[in-house]
Design a protein around this ligand. Structure first.
Ligand code: ADP
Ligand code: ADP
Ligand code: MG
Length: 666
């Protein structure tokens, strides 16, 4: 076994490899870019070496530099992780030339599986089932059209050199074929400098089922069963699970055997994945082989009880596979969810920033969190915005699903947008819960996955308010403790009356919903007023912003995390990123306001708090303005009627602009 290895990657996979290496007594060398100087993988490794600037092209993709670091540090082998250099045959070859073990398949196997049409030709020879189609050399448009005709519509045109879904065109009728072919070729030419295409049967409602294979240098090759990765968005996996629901032992053996044939056909060594497209009635066809460790490999580890990185290290150091096919068994069910810093409501736009608060669910034998970041770390725009992979195990799918729901409900991310709430809705969608899987699931379930914002439950405003009051009290207590003067005003712990009044309000906002909460100090707590609802609230704040709340007769557990003006309420398995709004009484108490309320400074209108025509009390919030990076509420100067707003949310306003047509009541 190796004494020291280098990990040519970053993030969760680098951390995960370091963990296994350490458990085997192997020293680790991390490499990092300038953007990753304090990254978790750098903190975890025994040694770490800076290899270049943030851009992957100038750091994680510079093979020579990485090999040089391996040489200088005495690392005997390089683990490439996934992405970056993991499927680069030239890098694998360069490692070999430098006398360093590449922990992966031989360069020749990577090359053989690199091109779609060539790999299909190889697979055909190895009698691996292929999607009916044409992947030959004849590129004459009329010939290809006749092939499409005999395959039968709908068909899929793919770029031979393709990847990432680029160039792919679904064609439903002969009349559309020529135009689709032309546009596929154009895209392929631009993206890959190669416009050869293949044409295949378009499978309706397909499932993505892949087989984990493992080969060694002694001629052994086994399959470690399947993973179902059908839940995708834009051909990107979102949830993965093992085993595949509905899989029969016969089909598992047939797919496993086909995958092993595929691997053997290219002299495969190490961990690899053969991806199949599967029909609803059980048919399956070779799609491509990923010649590396897969992001979703943990679900296989959870159901087999094996450590695939350990297997990779053993195989790469020349040992035979630890187990034979007949010794491998499936135990229970595992599901993985990819936790990303992204905004599902804005087309899954990646989100960057500091992870101000990051609390994953507690790990156990059944819950695993693979991550490359901790609270306080930053999600930068340079790399994949993955926060972690959350993997759960259950004795069966139902139990695994229940654990996934619970774990997602516990997951708290503040500082960047995340897909946690989206994933929670996704695992609760009946078609997923009932395992009616196909690659169109997310598309089809739009209505459930992106429900209209809806009303914010009153509890949320109440919890945010209570947390705020408790936070104020904690601050007051701290100041009192620090103050030597026994008569200091900070010692007056009924600090709620700091502003000299016994009644006050806090204003919160979520999107364009603005809510005022009235607060009165009562013995042992506060009477809070939200709309027509009044409730006496008391409670305590614990570590990690945990809130124990008593609202009237009810006891609730929540967390309210403050980050600048944000007050993230986590409650009932969901989160509400409220803002605490700084109130600004325009015009001042008692001052006559003729006609309109004016903007106190240039800014942007972000929300209207009432409808035009509303009759409001003095101090009621009317409109929220964002100015100088702060939010300000424009409130009613006295009792009156809001006749009209002169701006809509999103509008920019200049200093002094008239905002509201307000008529005071006598
Ligand atoms: P696939 O989706 O191709 O079947 P995986 O689900 O295993 O494979 O995901 C691998 C993908 O993740 C890569 O194709 C790449 O886009 C992305 N990726 C790989 N490595 C990294 C990395 N270190 N950092 C960020 N993103 C990565
Ligand atoms: P790429 O290399 O661009 O990722 P793949 O051939 O691996 O291309 O296919 C990517 C995705 O496209 C699959 O996961 C599947 O969702 C869809 N797909 C591929 N082939 C077919 C097909 N014949 N019929 C229907 N969908 C397909
Ligand atoms: Mg693919």
């Amino acid at each position: 076994m190796f004494k020291k290895i280098l990990i040519a990657n970053r993030g969760e996979i680098a951390c995960r490899v370091i963990k296994t290496a350490r458990s085997l007594g192997i020293a680790t060398v991390a490499v990092y870019s300038e953007a990753d100087a304090n990254a978790r993988h750098v903190r975890l490794a025994d040694e770490a070496v800076l290899i270049g600037p943030a851009a992957a092209r100038e750091s994680y993709l510079v093979g020579e530099r990485i090999i040089e670091v391996a040489r200088n540090t005495g690392a005997e082998a390089i683990h490439p992780g996934y992405g970056f250099l993991s499927e680069n045959d030239e890098f694998a070859e360069a490692c070999e030339k430098a006398g360093i073990v590449f922990i992966g398949p031989p360069a020749s196997a990577i090359r053989a599986m690199g091109l779609k049409s060539a790999s299909k030709a190889l697979m055909e020879k190895a009698q691996v089932p292929l999607t009916p189609g044409y992947h030959g050399a004849n590129q004459d448009p009329l010939f290809l059209a006749s092939q499409a005709e005999s395959i039968g519509y709908p068909v899929l045109i793919k770029a031979s050199a393709g990847g990432g879904g680029k160039g792919m065109r679904r064609v439903d009728a002969a009349a559309e074929f020529a135009a689709a072919l032309e546009s596929c070729k154009r895209e392929a030419r631009n993206a890959f400098g190669d416009d050869d295409v293949l044409v295949e049967k378009y499978i309706l409602q397909p499932r993505h089922i892949e087989i984990q294979v493992f080969g060694d240098t002694h001629g052994n090759c086994v399959y470690l069963f399947e993973r179902d990765c059908s839940v995708q968005r834009r051909h990107q996996k979102v949830l993965e699970e093992a085993p595949a629901p509905g899989m029969t032992p016969e089909r598992r053996a047939a797919m496993g055997q086909a995958a092993v044939e595929a691997a053997r056909a290219v002299g495969y060594v190490g961990a690899g994945t053969v991806e199949f497209i599967a029909t609803q009635d059980g048919g399956f066809y070779f799609m491509e082989m990923n010649t590396r460790l897969q992001v979703e490999h943990p679900v296989t580890e959870m159901i087999t009880g094996l450590d695939l990185v350990e297997w990779q290290l053993r195989v790469a150091s020349g040992e035979p596979l630890p187990l034979k096919q007949e010794q491998l068994e499936i135990n229970g069910h595992a599901i993985e969810a990819r936790i990303y810093a992204e905004d599902p409501d804005r087309g899954f736009l990646p989100s960057t920033g500091r992870l101000v608060h990051l609390l994953p669910p507690p790990e156990s034998d059944h819950v695993r969190v693979d991550t490359g970041v901790e609270q306080g770390d930053e999600i930068t725009p340079h790399y994949d915005p993955m926060i972690s992979k959350l993997i759960v195990w259950g004795a069966d799918r139902r139990e695994a699903l229940a654990r996934m729901r619970q774990a997602l409900a516990q997951y708290r991310v503040v500082g960047v947008s995340s897909n946690v709430d989206f994933l929670a809705r996704l695992v609760a969608v009946p078609s997923f819960a009932n395992a009616q899987l196909d690659t169109g699931l997310i598309e089809r379930e739009q209505a459930r996955l992106f429900p209209p914002a809806g009303d914010v439950p009153a509890d949320i405003w109440l919890l945010a308010t209570l947390a705020e009051l408790l936070r104020e009290r904690r601050l007051a207590e701290k100041k009192a403790a620090q103050s030597a003067d026994p008569n200091s005003p900070w010692r007056a712990l009924d600090g709620w009356r700091l502003n000299g009044r016994s009644g006050r309000q806090l204003v919160f906002r979520l999107g364009d919903a603005v809510q005022e909460v009235g607060i009165e100090f009562v013995p042992g707590g506060h009477r809070l007023t939200v709309g027509g609802l009044q409730v006496v609230a008391r409670g305590s704040l614990g570590v990690d912003s945990e809130l124990q709340a008593q609202l009237g007769e009810r006891r609730l557990r929540a967390a309210v995390v403050a980050s600048s003006e944000r007050r993230h309420v986590f409650f009932d398995g969901r989160s509400w990123p409220l803002s605490l709004v700084d109130t600004l009484h325009v015009g001042g108490a008692g001052e006559e306001v003729e006609g309109g309320l004016r903007a106190p400074m240039p800014g942007r209108v972000i929300a209207l708090a009432v409808q035009p025509g509303a009759i409001v009390e003095k101090g009621a919030p009317l409109l929220v303005l964002e100015a100088m990076k702060m939010e300000h509420t424009i409130s009613a100067p006295r009792k009156g009627v809001v006749k009209a707003f002169h701006f809509a949310p999103g509008d920019q306003v200049s200093d002094g602009a008239e905002l509201v047509d307000f008529e005071g009541a006598d």
